[in-house]
Design a protein around this ligand. Structure first.
Ligand SMILES: *Cc1c(COP(=O)(O)O)cnc(C)c1O
Ligand code: SF4
Length: 448
């Protein structure tokens, strides 16, 4: 098998990964126990070219893709371990695992009902429109990834049965919606990973949009993808890579800004020949690559890592874009770091790079009201506070207004923060109104 031929590993066949022979028995067992609850998938590139197996316990990419014991609460871990030992039926096992999943906050930040637009009196499945200028599109064929991040906030869509059928009416509906909504300038293809889709199917999604693009106000098409980190051969060796690249060029030639929102969580993901070649191939079409990552324990909670990552990205002509806080879902306890630490790491890393790298913004929390950035830690009238601002708001009027929360070293998400100098954050009443007016049947937490 050549290294450019994609081979995935899941719970079904991971025992054939020969590199796993270096694992301790406990670490080896954890893959199966945790992998029954959180989705697990990796591939030959990640295994052969990214992970340093000699020091796997400290390897960031190992933590990023392989299930670890501490990702589950001890009681949950023991429960699944016992169930596997007792050889219970598949039905009983999936019942246990589902119950655990429900406790892991599977649908954070109003994703299930708050963001889904209504068009011609119907909910638009596969579309989210939260911020005025940008529509997210989740093509149903792209609800998977080349490997799964252990921190993924989209993990619920990877577990259980899925209908991976192509639904061409999805993008026809979207094309109609965009013609009616000229406030929308950006269309963001997301997933899963839309770059898991073949050229032929991807073209079927994008053609109905391109056909009417002059009747919309779309100026930027973005593709959110982890493929450059997890399967860069997609752009250089896949049977349809040339066609895919020509499609990118065709979009750019139409005068549209095509932007890859590439997820890179660690500099090692930028170090292989494969990723460098694929970045070059994408840039040669005239597309841009912007980069983003959450900040996590075990992977990148150190300013040196961010300095190296941003610098390497710029050297490869990519544009640093966001540093995110870990979402409050899944194995969050394993990865999360408090807000004050994330801000310290950001500030230190940011202060050590030149302005060329300072296109990055963060740390940012994507919560129900919007993207909240921690701009700093300040002392005002003798009170220590977090200074915050919306990078994006459900109501655009909230954007770029400073507001303050009580300093709290335990806080790791927006919902942990208490307002400083008043009883409510300035946007709270507005947010409640948004809830009541439009979404009275929505049971989601308004500050997640
Ligand atoms: C982050 C995000 C966007 C894009 O925001 P930009 O600031 O334009 O990058 C759009 N929709 C949702 C739901 C998001 O979380
Ligand atoms: S690439 Fe994104 S969607 Fe895919 S597993 Fe990782 S975090 Fe989830």
């Amino acid at each position: 098998m050549t290294k450019q031929k994609y081979k995935s590993y899941t719970l079904r066949n991971y025992k054939t990964i020969k590199q796993l022979s270096v694992l301790s028995d406990a670490d080896f067992n954890a893959i199966q126990v945790v992998g029954n609850v959180l989705p697990f998938k990796t591939n030959n590139y990640v295994i052969e070219e990214l992970i340093n197996w000699n020091d796997y316990q400290n390897d960031p990419i190992y933590h990023l893709t392989f299930p670890q014991k501490e990702m589950l609460k001890e009681e949950h871990y023991n429960q699944v371990e016992k169930a596997l030992k007792d050889n219970i039926s598949d039905d009983e096992l999936s019942k246990i695992c589902n119950n655990i999943r429900i406790e892991l906050n599977p649908h954070p930040a109003g994703q299930k009902c708050l963001n889904v637009p209504i068009f011609n009196n119907e909910l638009m499945h596969g579309v989210q429109h939260k911020y005025r200028e940008t529509v997210l599109f989740f093509p149903s064929s792209g609800q998977t990834c080349h490997a799964y991040c252990t921190f993924c906030f989209r993990w619920p869509q990877f577990v259980g049965e899925k209908n991976m059928k192509f639904a061409s009416n999805e993008s026809r509906e979207l094309a109609k919606y965009l013609q009616k909504h000229h406030e929308v300038t950006d269309l963001l293809f997301t997933g899963g990973d839309p770059m898991t889709i073949s050229y032929k199917v991807f073209k079927k999604y994008i053609d109905p949009i391109l056909k009417v693009i002059d009747k919309t106000n779309i100026q930027t098409i973005r593709i959110g993808t982890k493929s450059l980190s997890f399967w860069p051969y997609r752009y250089t060796h896949a049977p349809d890579s040339k066609e895919m690249l020509s499609l990118f060029k065709m979009i750019v030639d139409k005068g549209i800004n095509l932007a890859f929102m590439a997820h890179f969580s660690h500099p090692v993901e930028l170090s292989t020949d494969a990723v460098k070649d694929s970045i070059k191939a994408i840039l040669s079409t005239g597309a841009q690559i912007r980069t983003q990552s959450p900040i996590f324990k075990h992977i990148n909670d150190n300013p040196d890592i961010w300095v190296e990552m941003w610098r390497k990205q710029v050297n490869l002509n990519c544009i640093p874009y966001y540093m995110f806080m870990a979402r409050d879902t899944g194995a969050k306890d394993y990865f999360e770091i408090p807000i004050y630490r994330a801000h310290d790491i950001f500030r230190e890393a940011y202060s050590r790079v030149s302005g060329i790298c300072r296109t990055v913004r963060g740390p940012s929390m994507s919560c129900t009201p919007g993207k909240v950035m921690v701009s700093g830690i300040a002392e005002i009238n003798g009170e220590k506070v977090f200074a915050l601002r919306f990078i994006q708001g459900r109501n655009p009027d909230w954007v770029a207004t400073p507001f303050f929360a009580k300093y709290d070293e335990q806080a790791s998400w927006m919902s942990d923060l208490k307002p400083a100098f008043s009883d409510k954050f300035f946007f709270e009443e507005d947010m409640e109104e948004i809830f009541h007016q439009k979404y009275s049947d929505c049971e989601e937490d308004k500050f997640e």
